[in-house]
Design a protein around this ligand. Structure first.
Ligand SMILES: Nc1ncnc2c1ncn2[C@@H]1O[C@H](COP(=O)(O)OP(=O)(O)OP(=O)(O)O)[C@@H](O)[C@H]1O
Ligand SMILES: [Mg+2]
Length: 159
């Protein structure tokens, strides 16, 4: 049977904050196949960073664990799953509230989920206390007309 997507990648790395930049760059390179604008790409990178940081500092609380990412392209959409097998979230509704954080002393602002929700089209949280957390996000990349493409080209060449 033919699968229900056009492309797929999987990534696994240990929960070190130095891998955040790696995850962002890898996802950006994969998403580039959909020909996103610089802004769309930057939204995806920001959302990925927030989710990966959460796995590292909340899921594993800086102990060593594995962060997994799966991304799929389907037509003009990218679907990204980011998961850990860490401590899990007790109250998902509360965790999604802007400014809610369980680590206020670590200079956390409690805006991670709000950022993921606003930068992506959809964001879902599945979590079981003691077993881990999975975030699923998706974003449609808008088809470009010629004028936008020309502007984008000018932006890139001017940099
Ligand atoms: N992967 C995870 N595992 C366990 N708990 C999580 C995970 N991700 C988020 N949480 C919980 O949800 C809360 C809200 O997350 P959110 O990313 O919105 O804010 P934050 O990480 O506390 O602050 P910020 O992202 O602004 O630095 C966290 O404080 C934490 O309690
Ligand atoms: Mg966060």
């Amino acid at each position: 049977m033919k699968e229900d997507f056009d492309n797929e990648m999987k990534l696994e790395f240990i929960s070190k904050s130095s891998n955040e930049a790696f995850a962002r760059a890898a996802l950006a390179a994969f998403a580039a196949q959909l020909d996103p604008t610089i802004e769309e790409l930057s939204d995806i990178k920001t959302a990925v960073s927030e989710a990966v940081t959460n796995c590292i500092i909340h899921g594993y609380e800086n102990k060593q664990g594995i962060v997994k990412i799966m991304a799929r392209l389907k037509e003009d959409e990218i679907i990204i799953e980011i998961s850990d097998k860490g401590k899990g979230i007790e109250n998902i509704d509360m965790a999604k509230e802007p400014l809610y954080t369980t680590k206020p002393n670590l200079e956390r602002s409690g805006m991670g989920f709000t950022i993921m929700e606003s930068f992506m089209d959809t964001m879902e949280i599945e979590s079981i206390v003691g077993l881990g957390t999975k975030i699923t996000m998706s974003k449609k990349i808008k088809p470009k007309n010629q004028e936008e493409e020309d502007n984008e080209f000018q932006m890139i060449t001017k940099q």
